[in-house]
Design a protein around this ligand. Structure first.
Ligand SMILES: Nc1ncnc2c1ncn2[C@@H]1O[C@H](COP(=O)(O)OP(=O)(O)O)[C@@H](O)[C@H]1O
Ligand SMILES: [Mg+2]
Length: 402
C-alpha cells in the first residue's frame, strides 16, 4: 500500500544480563553509593555493553538520565584511570548516538555580549567575546558554528555532542578544555575561557625573547595527550594554539573538523574546503583533481601539522609567508616544504629542531614519527641545553640581515 509506514526493525538485540543490569544500576545510582565502581567494572567486562547502549529506549531507559548519571560518576573517578577513560568513551558514544548532552554542560552564569559582532569569523564558525554578567573579570570565548537550514542538522548535532564531550572532558595543562555549552545563546556552540595572551604566533611576535623550544614542547605535550586519548586534533595550526595567563600554550578546536565536514553541504564538493592548506598533510589534500589518499585526519597528519607549527614558532611567520593557497598547493604537489630559515630569521631553529621538523613533514605518513617520539626528542634537546631563546637583540639582527 503506497505511503504505508514500514514495520520498525526489531532493535532489541539479545543482551547479556550483566550488561543490562549494569545499565539499570547506573541510571538508578543515588549519587553516593560506592558499589557503583564494581557496577562499572562488571559493565565493561560484558562484551556487549556498548552495543546495549543502542537499545536504551527499548530497555525502558531514558538516555538523558543515563548520560547525566554517567557524567557524575566520571567526576568521582580517578583522573586518567583506565576506568575513567572507558566511561568517557561510553558517554561519548551515547551522546553521539542520541544527540544529547548531560544537563550540567549548559553554563550556569548569565553571559552578555560586550560587542555587536563576532570578534572573528572563520569558514564555519564565529568567535564571540562574552562576559559573566555577575563578574566582569570572567571573560569567555563562545565559538558558534554557522549551521544553515540546508545542512543535515540531525547529523551535525550528533557529531557536535560527541565532540563536546571530548572538549569538556579533556584535562591537561596544554589543552584548552571548554566550560560547557550555551544553548540559550546559540544552538551549536562551545564556551571556553578567554585567553588574553591570544594565539601563539601573536605571542612570540609580542615577546621576541620567549623560549620557543619550551613553547614547542608544550604544544607537543598537548598533542601527545590527545593522541593518548585517541583524539585526533585535525586542525593544528597557530590560531588554534592559545597562550594562557601563565604563558603556556593550550591547544583548542580539536576534533571540530569532523563536524565542519557536515556544515555547508552546498559547497561540500569544493576541494580542500575543510582544511587549512598550508598546515595540512599532503595525503589529505586534493591536488590537481586527484582525490586525497586519506579521507580523515590521522595521528600522522597531526604530526605533519606540528612540523608547520615548528616552522612558525621559530620564524615568527606562518608557513610559506606571502604565498597564496594555490601556490602553496602547487609547492606541496612538487614535494616542496618551507626552506630552512636563515639563522637571524629563526631564533631556536637549531640543527636539532630542524632535523625533527624535517622528519615530521615526510611526504609518506608512515615515515613520520609518532608524536610521543617527537616529544622525547624535543625534551632531550632541551635537557642538553640546546639554545632555547633568541638573544634579546635577535630581531634587530633579523631586520638588518633579512
Ligand atoms: N578562547 C579564546 N581566547 C582568545 N582567543 C580565541 C579563543 N578562541 C578563539 N580565539 C581566537 O579567535 C580567532 C578565530 O578563531 P576560529 O574561529 O577558531 O578560527 P581559526 O580557524 O582561525 O582557528 C582566532 O584568532 C583565535 O585565536
Ligand atoms: Mg580556531
Amino acid at each position: 500500500m503506497p505511503g504505508a509506514t514500514p514495520p520498525l526493525p526489531a532493535v532489541m538485540a539479545t543482551h547479556t544480563a550483566s550488561a543490562e543490569t549494569s545499565l539499570m544500576k547506573i541510571v538508578s545510582w543515588d549519587g553516593k553509593s560506592r558499589d557503583i565502581y564494581q557496577v562499572l567494572t562488571t559493565a565493561f567486562e560484558a562484551k556487549d555493553y556498548l552495543v546495549c547502549i543502542r537499545d536504551l529506549q527499548a530497555l525502558g531507559i531514558d538516555p538523558s538520565s543515563y548520560v547525566n548519571n554517567l557524567d557524575k560518576i566520571i567526576d568521582g573517578l580517578l583522573a586518567e584511570s583506565e576506568l575513567q577513560k572507558r566511561c568517557i568513551r561510553a558517554l561519548r558514544k551515547t551522546c553521539g548516538l542520541y544527540g544529547i548532552l548531560p544537563t550540567s554542560y549548559a553554563v550556569t552564569c548569565t553571559l552578555s555580549k560586550p560587542g555587536k559582532r563576532p570578534l572573528a569569523s572563520g569558514g564555519f564558525a564565529d568567535v564571540w567575546k562574552f562576559l559573566d554578567e555577575d563578574n566582569h573579570d570572567h571573560v569567555f570565548a563562545v565559538k558558534s558554528l554557522r549551521v544553515c537550514e540546508r545542512d543535515d542538522t540531525n547529523e551535525i548535532n550528533k557529531k557536535y555532542c560527541k565532540e563536546v564531550i571530548v572538549c569538556k572532558r579533556a584535562n591537561h595543562p596544554n589543552i584548552l578544555s571548554i566550560e560547557g555549552v550555551a544553548p540559550k545563546l546559540f544552538e551549536f556552540c562551545m564556551v571556553s575561557q578567554w585567553m588574553t595572551n591570544g594565539d601563539i604566533l601573536g605571542y612570540v611576535t609580542k615577546h621576541p625573547g620567549a623560549n620557543r623550544l619550551e613553547l614547542l614542547i608544550g604544544v607537543t605535550r598537548g598533542l601527545n595527550y590527545l593522541h593518548n586519548n585517541e583524539v585526533i586534533h585535525g586542525d593544528l595550526k597557530s590560531p588554534n594554539i592559545l597562550i594562557d595567563a601563565s604563558g603556556s600554550p593550550r591547544l583548542s578546536d580539536f576534533g571540530l573538523c569532523s563536524i565542519t565536514k557536515n556544515i555547508d553541504s552546498v559547497n561540500a564538493s569544493t576541494p580542500n574546503r575543510n582544511c587549512t592548506i598550508r598546515y595540512c598533510a599532503p595525503e589529505l589534500l586534493e591536488i590537481n583533481g586527484v582525490p586525497p589518499l586519506e579521507k580523515k585526519p590521522t595521528n600522522k597528519s597531526d604530526v605533519y601539522s606540528l612540523s608547520m607549527v615548528m616552522v612558525e614558532l621559530v620564524t615568527g611567520k606562518m608557513p610559506y609567508p606571502g604565498s597564496q593557497d594555490a601556490s602553496v598547493l602547487f609547492l606541496i604537489s612538487k614535494g616542496r616544504r618551507p626552506p630552512r630559515p636563515r639563522p637571524f630569521g629563526a631564533p631556536g631553529m637549531t640543527p636539532g629542531v630542524w632535523k625533527i621538523t624535517k622528519r615530521c613533514w615526510h611526504g609518506k605518513a608512515k615515515k613520520r614519527p609518532e608524536v610521543k617520539a617527537v616529544l622525547q626528542d624535543l625534551e632531550k634537546l632541551a635537557n642538553s641545553g640546546e639554545e632555547l631563546s633568541p638573544s634579546p637583540f635577535w630581531h634587530m639582527w633579523r631586520d638588518i640581515f633579512e
